[in-house]
Design a protein around this ligand. Structure first.
Ligand code: ATP
Ligand code: MG
Length: 1046
């Protein structure tokens, strides 16, 4: 296993370790809680060790213990908190040995094996009365109800399965001395599952209802629950309708045990549960009415009293019960009365009614009560089966639950105990066959070495009871059917005759001295596999005959109660042919049951009763030891220890586990046995862990199998993942291809769309271009439809371009986009507008000082523009307020002229009128006159009135000649000056003196007055250099360089 663990994934390894740890932990904790699987018990052959373990665990409330896969359960007689939903969840899908033993673990294991192998199973729950069989079967059912898949439909089935229980228990269970809820019938229930594990239906078989209880109960016992439930819990209306009173003491069938009321039973609430359950399992109102009519009529029947007439025959005098019986059974009173007091005898062709004695009438009445109840019970089971039936014909698997009465040993044992114990004998036989014997046989068949396990084969007892012609049943039937006076004692004699000498049979007569003391004369004793049981033969014949007179059956056939009518069919075999005796019927039903069970895989729950007092916490060693013995637990354990826990046919084993080995997966080519060999070699099984049989592999310990199973679980997931991945890949690829196709389609459509758009766009463009060309060609024609758009475009285009190419400054006169012909006029208008606009903008920005300056410049321009050669150079030179500040004018001069307000001063070079010597002077303009000043001396004052004019040349020199009126000879003549700020000075003079047109621009030569009557000349010419000199002709020659106009 170690190799295998290594090859498993991490988590599996951990899981294996955990299981091992669990097992080891259970070993180390054995002193306290014992061990949870008897297979691990050291002294596995010791009954005491077995008992010790059971006791230890019982006292720790650990009521469950395994023997391999068999579950031993000890009744705790108290509620343990181990059946919650949480517990169910814990046990769901977990391997058997991983958790502490539990009935849920077994149920889950059965369920999962069934699903995995798709075969049928049964769980045999056995144990003596009160050991907890019914409780165990209910727990299993509840587990399936919770753990199985659920749908609305399945839930419906589940509810019916669950609720069939309280109904069957009400009609078939009763309080006995041993158990307050003792099942008085055997029950086998099939739960049918679909292939997904959904519970889809069920079927119930019932065995040998203890009918005698209807008419008689031992002290401390009760009749069937339903009677008390009806009387205690039935609604007032219902009771009135049934003619019942709410008092059990009124009914003789309910008081014989003298314990109608039991503290552990709540009849009222049970009644409610049953009523509700009946509706869930589809009992109609009329069914329910008839059913309770029958229950009530049984109670009425019990109260029927017979009087004796003079001859001692039974008569019914004004019996009030008869009225109710007649009403409830729907049979005329007279007919009923006749049936209860007479017997029909057929003699030849005649029919004679023979009256009953009182005792006989009571016997017949009780027989009728039993028959009615017994047959109604069967009807009830059938009715429940109808409700549980699954109509779907698809294949199902089945888990059967067999809750059958356990071995019974009372102080006085009668026919019922004989039947019950015979049943247990049969089941033990089955158990032996299925486990011990078949185990040995299988080993032999498989050629596996077998260490023989001694066990007691109870076949000898079964044969004693059932063997044809020789068995007790045959003798019993013979006595019943034999003509003549057969009695219980003649039966005993017959038995002694036939069975005398049988090691398992003794009677008073056959016994030795010592044993005889323990036997009564009418007793016989059987040595059952579980122990000795002494039966009292009294009543055997009667009970076996279970006679119901033919005329009573006929009376019942007339009933208007549908259930009674159904239970006493007219097709019933005629009286001439005797019906099968009870024991034969029972035997046959057991044969049927054995067949049912033999075809399924068996699982066992062995219930043990810890004490007789129904007390929690009390473990009666003697009682338990006895049960351990007759339940065959020690034998079972021995087989488990000697043998192999698990075996499977090679094919099945290989099929299941082949994914665990690369060589066997996915297909093994050789034989299944070789495949298994290869597989377990790969898994690393050790030689002592397994054996290879002829057709099967045998695995010794469950843990080996569980480790394999765990590995398989993991592997399954991996495989599933791989398959899933492949499938997903396949799906995604498909999706991808579809998407690709779709994408191509969309692309094609899109491209088509785009191409169509492009075509439209081009067509449109062609149209536009054509129109454009036509427009271009006809652009000079008057506007028409051909060129209108073109012209609009041209206009728009021109305007747009114009906007982007406007002149940036006012002075920029050249920039203006050449307009297309049609825009000529507009262009001119726009240009003007724009220039004006620029001017406006420009004007808005100039300051008053600048405005004054510009005004002066305008004045200068009007005077010189286009006239004097160097004028353009002056334009850019701004004018100043003055060129000589007042501080630089001599104070004396200032004092002299200040009152005239100095407006402007400028340095000049004065040329003497005679000789033309240059002298630096200041020229000062006041409001009244112009002064030529040399330092502190005013050299010449020229009143503006006397200023005749100013001459300048047209060339680029700076000479100006001020002409003054010169009447007086003493007065100085005209001034010849050179001034660097010629234009500025003349403009200022012009403004100050208000002499607008006094400046004259001359060419060539200026005449000036040296003094009145004496003239001089200044000649101007352009030359290479600027020079001033006296020419030979006596003129002042001013030569200036020619300037290029800008
Ligand atoms: N697991 C349990 N937990 C608690 N109490 C239990 C358990 N099993 C049985 N009991 C108690 O024991 C009583 C008897 O159990 P149950 O009716 O199952 O016995 P039985 O084996 O069916 O007997 P019979 O053969 O008489 O039908 C129950 O009513 C219940 O009180
Ligand atoms: Mg029971």
């Amino acid at each position: 296993m170690a190799h295998m663990a290594l090859e498993m994934t991490e988590s599996l390894e951990e899981r294996c370790n955990r299981i091992l740890r669990n097992m080891e932990a259970s070993l180390t904790a054995r002193d306290r809680v014992g061990i949870q699987d008897f297979v691990l018990l050291d002294a596995y052959t010791s009954e005491s060790a077995f008992l010790d373990n059971l006791r230890k665990r019982f006292h720790e409330n650990l009521i469950y213990t395994y023997i391999g896969t068999l579950l031993v359960s000890v009744n705790p007689y108290k509620d343990l908190d181990i059946y919650s939903k949480k517990q169910m969840d814990t046990y769901m899908g977990v391997n058997f040995f991983e958790l502490p033993p539990h009935i849920y673990a077994l149920a889950d294991n059965v369920f999962r094996t069934m699903l995995a192998e798709f075969n049928n199973h049964f769980i045999l729950i056995s144990g003596e009365s009160g050991a907890g069989k019914t409780e165990a079967s209910k727990k299993i059912l509840q587990f399936y109800a919770v753990s199985c898949p659920s749908t609305k439909l399945l839930n419906n089935v589940r509810d019916r399965l669950l609720l069939s229980n309280p109904v069957l228990e009400a009609f078939g269970n009763a309080k006995t001395l041993k158990n307050d809820n003792s099942s008085r019938f055997g029950k086998y229930m099939d739960i049918q599952f679909d292939h997904q594990g959904g519970a889809v239906g069920g079927h119930i078989l019932s065995y040998l209802l203890e009918k005698s209880r209807v008419v008689h109960q031992n002290h401390g016992e009760r009749n069937f629950h339903i009677f008390y439930q009806l009387v205690e819990g039935g609604e007032e209306d219902l009771l009135r309708w049934l003619g019942l009173e709410r008092n059990c003491q009124h009914y003789s069938y309910l008081v014989q045990g003298d314990c109608a009321k039991v503290s552990s039973i709540n009849d009222k609430s049970d009644w409610k549960t049953v009523r509700k359950a009946l509706s869930v399992i589809e009992f109609g109102e009329s069914d329910i009415e008839h059913l309770f009519g029958i229950i009530a009529s049984v109670l009425h029947l019990g109260n029927v009293k017979f009087d004796a007439d003079l001859r001692g025959y039974a008569i019914l005098n004004n019996n009030p019960e008869m009225h109710w019986l007649s009403k409830l059974l729907g049979i005329p009173t007279q007919v009923l009365q006749q049936g209860l007091t007479h017997r029909k005898i057929e003699a030849k062709a005649e029919e004679v009614f023979s009256p009953f004695t009182v005792d006989h009438a009571v016997y017949a009445r009780d027989a009728l009560a039993k028959a009615i109840y017994g047959r109604t019970f069967n009807w009830l089971v059938n009715k429940i089966n109808e409700s549980l039936a699954n109509k779907d014909s698809s294949r199902k698997t089945v888990i059967g639950l067999l809750d059958i009465y356990g071995f019974e040993v009372f102080h006085v044992n009668s026919f019922e105990q004989f039947c019950i114990n015979y049943c247990n004998e049969k089941l033990q036989q089955l158990f032996i066959q299925l486990t011990l014997k078949s185990e040995q046989e299988e080993y032999e068949m498989e050629g596996i070495e077998w260490e023989p396990v001694p066990y007691f084969n109870n076949k000898i007892i079964c044969d004693l009871v059932e063997e044809k012609h020789r068995g007790i049943i045959s003798v019993l039937d013979e006595e019943c059917l034999r003509p003549g006076e057969a009695t219980d004692l003649t039966l005993l004699e017959k038995m002694e005759e036939k069975m005398g000498g049988h090691p398992h049979f003794i009677t008073h007569k056959l016994a030795d001295q010592k044993t005889r003391k323990t036997l009564e004369r009418g007793d016989f004793r059987l040595l059952h596999y579980a122990g000795e049981v002494t039966y009292c033969v009294v009543g055997f014949l009667d009970k076996n005959n279970d006679l119901l007179y033919r005329n009573v059956k006929e009376v019942m056939r007339q009933s208007k109660n549908a259930i009674i009518k159904h239970c006493f069919p007219s097709t019933e075999p005629d009286s001439k042919k005797r019906p099968e005796t009870v024991v034969t019927q029972f035997k046959n039903s057991l044969v049927g049951l054995t067949e049912i069970l033999m075809s399924k895989e068996a699982w066992y729950v062995r219930c043990i009763k810890p004490n007789e007092g129904k007390q929690p916490g009390r473990f009666d060693d003697v009682l338990v030891r006895h049960q351990v013995k007759y339940l065959g637990l020690m034998e079972h354990l021995r087989v488990r220890r000697a043998g192999f826990a698990y075996r499977r046919r090679y094919e099945i084993f290989l099929q299941r586990y082949k994914p665990l080995c690369p060589e066997t997966w996915p297909n093994w080519k050789g034989t299944a046995a070789e495949g298994v060999q290869c597989l377990i070699k790969h898994l690393g099984y050790k030689p002592d862990e397994y054996k290879m049989g002829r057709t099967k592999i045998f695995i010794r310990h469950p843990r080996t199998l569980f480790a394999t199973e765990d590995a398989f679980e993991v592997c399954k997931h991996e495989l599933a993942t791989r398959i899933q991945a492949k499938y997903k890949g396949y799906r995604v690829k498909g999706d991808y291809l579809r998407q690709k196709e779709a994408a191509t389609k969309i692309e094609t459509c899109w491209r088509g769309l785009m191409a169509r758009k492009e075509r439209e766009r081009r067509a449109w463009a062609v149209k536009v271009i054509k129109k454009f060309i036509k427009g271009f060609m006809t652009r000079n024609q008057p506007a028409c439809c051909d060129n209108s758009e073109y012209l609009t475009f041209v206009r728009q285009n021109y305007l747009t371009r114009l906007r982007e190419n406007l002149p940036k400054t006012v002075l920029d006169k050249n920039t203006w986009l050449t307009p297309p012909p049609i825009m000529q006029e507009v262009s001119q208008l726009l240009r003007k507008l724009y220039i004006r606009h620029m001017v406006r903008v420009y004007v808005k920005t100039i300051t008053p000082q600048r405005k004054a300056q510009l005004q002066l410049k305008v004045l200068t321009s009007s005077m010189f523009k286009g006239k004097k050669e160097n004028y353009p150079f002056s334009v850019c030179r701004p004018f100043m307020d003055t060129r000589i500040s007042e501080e630089d004018i001599n104070i004396k001069v200032l004092q002299t002229i200040q009152h005239e307000h100095i407006k402007y001063s400028v340095p000049v070079v004065k040329y003497d009128r005679n000789g033309f010597r240059p002298r630096l002077r200041q020229l000062i303009f006041t409001q009244a006159a112009a002064y030529l000043v040399e330092e502190a001396k005013i050299k010449q004052r020229i009143h503006y009135n006397s200023l005749k004019g100013v001459s300048v040349s047209n060339l680029s020199d700076n000479f100006l000649i001020l002409h003054v009126t010169c009447d007086d000879i003493k007065q100085k003549g005209d001034l010849v000056l050179q001034c660097d700020y010629l234009f500025e000075a003349l403009t200022k003079l012009n403004v100050v003196a208000s002499k607008q047109s006094c400046v004259k621009v001359v060419q060539g030569s200026v005449r000036f007055d040296i003094q009145p009557g004496r003239e001089g000349f200044v000649d101007f010419k352009s030359g290479q250099e600027s020079m001033v000199y006296r020419a030979k002709n006596g003129h002042l020659m001013v030569e200036s360089t020619r300037t290029k106009s800008r």
